[in-house]
Design a protein around this ligand. Sequence first.
Ligand SMILES: [Fe+2]
Length: 241
Amino acid sequence: MTDTLTMGQRLADLHATLTPAEQANLKLILGLSAGQLVPDKAPTSEQSRRAVSEALEILCPYDVADPRGLQYRGRPDFLTDELLASFIAEKDEVGKTAVPFDEHYLGCGGTVADRVAVSPELAALVASVVPKAEATGIASYLFYRDAGQGIIPHIDTDIFSLNVLMMLEHEIPDGVEEPSALYMHYPDGTEERLQLSPGEVVIFLAGTQAHSRTPIAEGERVTILTFGFMPEGAPLENYRR
Ligand SMILES: [Fe+2]
């Protein structure tokens, strides 16, 4: 019977037999593998890429029609010009003490971001596209400032299994023909380029869908604000950094 199951299904079945700690490890291994395999277009990687992607999609903790790609893209009603200006002022302040973190600078939230992170307005936006997601209350400002900074394809750990990402600023110097962009990487080896404008918000299942940001050029600057969501009822202590 097992022989008829795909590798992805077998990995998902294995997950069901594990302790919570082992499940977290398996998910981490799958996520790391996907980060390598999904953007890899080599034909020899195809089988592994599909298996890892399928397992992650079966294990997706959210009940959505399609866990791939964006669940939302737009400018939500609650994001007034005034609120956007508040975020931009706050990121200027937070940016002064942001610390280098992987391939960007990371600043924790601020008064405004932290308030919005647990607001009914943001929760309602998320609930309108992904049922049973709960705010972690964690907001982060991310700054791409130095030439070459970006994020290679990856899957996020549980803390950002659902990511609300807001573009705040994108300075593009003259002569840059293909500015830095957010990319979604799909199991069949294809990818989607998303060039976001300031004020634009996207929601995607970052714990399931492989994504990346291409490196910024000299003089280019990208600042985003992200809010983490987790499956409803998940123990919050598992979702701390
Ligand atoms: Fe991510």
